[in-house]
Design a protein around this ligand. Sequence first.
Ligand SMILES: [Zn+2]
Ligand SMILES: [Zn+2]
Length: 84
Amino acid sequence: MAEKYAISALLTSSCYRCSSDSGDPAKFIKCCLCNRWAHTKCVNLVGIKSENICNVRYLCDVCFTEVSALKKFINDVEEFKSDL
Ligand SMILES: [Zn+2]
Ligand SMILES: [Zn+2]
């Protein structure tokens, strides 16, 4: 069941924030890590020009949180190393 849901979530282009797939497809942005889609307006990127959207490396909140945690982890490891 969970697997089926994951696959259908992958195939849909609805916004992960508001769960709606309505609106201009050019106003959607894709997370470059997990490939989830969001309306630019739902992720506060309204100012972005639609022709630039595909060039923007967008990270959704989930990935952003994970990347931040990873960065902190790497920093901690580096600090630990420099203390040796
Ligand atoms: Zn949305
Ligand atoms: Zn993501």
